[in-house]
Design a protein. Structure first.
Length: 194
């Protein structure tokens, strides 16, 4: 398997999430827009059930023989990956990871397809990045605070960062880790004593 160069943000928060589970065999992870599969490789090593989606799967073909990965070739900017007849239809995930990718119309589906207590770990480029490299097109750069606004009132934010970084390269990024918490309905107290 290739050397894994996992995002420290993804590693940090996925480790926090996974610590609460004695057995991780039933944990489903979605690596959306997975590219060369650096995060898929990391989660495969942890023996999680991994779903890797990208329009170009050449960077992860070497993983096809692994039993705990489903590789899905799909252009997620043309078709919602949860729509019919996709391999993701009806599937919800404990962890959804997205890095270095932005396609705003997918956010409702991403949030909707997190399981109860599922975690979204998202990290991508923000306005200001055009000074340091690609992407330079503002359509592919988050506006200040945009990730917070997207998950507001839908997910519980655990951590958020926005700003300039130097490693692994100079860039301006936003990162969020948020959890789907379903509030239970309040119980009505009924007095059955007569």
């Amino acid at each position: 398997m290739k050397k894994i160069n996992i995002s420290p943000w993804v590693q940090r928060f996925s480790e926090i999430y996974l610590k609460k589970y004695k057995s991780t065999k039933k944990i489903k992870v979605l690596d959306l827009a997975c590219g060369s599969g650096r995060h898929s490789r990391y989660f495969i090593k942890k023996k999680l059930s991994v779903f890797s989606v990208d329009k170009n799967i050449s960077g992860i073909r070497d993983l096809q023989t692994r039993s705990n990965i489903s590789i899905i070739e799909a252009d997620i900017e043309k078709t919602d990956p949860w729509s019919h007849p996709s391999a993701l239809k009806g599937k919800k995930f404990n962890l959804i990871v997205v890095t270095n990718y932005l396609f705003r119309p997918l956010f409702p589906s991403i949030i909707r397809n997190l399981k109860k207590n599922g975690m979204l770990i998202y990290e991508t480029f923000s306005e200001g990045n055009e000074k340091y490299g690609h992407p330079k097109n503002l359509d592919f750069l988050l506006k200040s605070g945009e990730l917070l606004k997207i998950v507001e009132k839908k997910l519980h934010v655990i951590a958020f960062e926005e700003g300039y970084i130097e490693n692994p390269k100079k860039a301006v990024v936003q990162r969020i880790c948020a959890k789907k918490i379903i509030k239970s309905k309040p119980q009505k107290f009924i007095d059955h004593l007569h």
